[in-house]
Design a protein around this ligand. Sequence first.
Ligand code: ZN
Ligand code: ZN
Length: 116
Amino acid sequence: MGLMMSGACDCGYETTCSVGSGRVDVRDRCDAPAACDACRRVVTVDLGDAEMVCPDCDGPVTVYGRVTADPHRNHVPAVGDWTLHDGRAYVLPTGRHHCPHCGETRLRFLFIGLWD
Ligand SMILES: [Zn+2]
Ligand SMILES: [Zn+2]
C-alpha cells in the first residue's frame, strides 16, 4: 500500500500526491512528490527512475523529502515515510516546503490515507 498526501499552501494552491507504491508494482517503484517550477505544480515522480523529470513537461523537478540509509531515519519528524526495496527509506519531513505555484516556502503536506 502507498500513502496518500495532500499539500496545501497559503497562496491557495492545493494538491494531492502519493508516496510509495501499490500492490502491483512493489518492486522498484516508489512514488514521491516533486515540484515542477515550469508547470507551477506538484507532480509525482518515481524514485526508482535514474532521471527524474516532470511527467508533463519533461523538465527538471525538485523532489520533496529525501532518501536515507539511516534505519532511524535521522529522527526527522515525518509526514510520511516509505521503506524502499533496498532497505533505505524515503522520508517526507513535516514543516514548510517550496511551493511551485507561488515560489514561497510555505507548502505543507498532510497524511490523508492509504491506497493500494
Ligand atoms: Zn513540468
Ligand atoms: Zn504557494
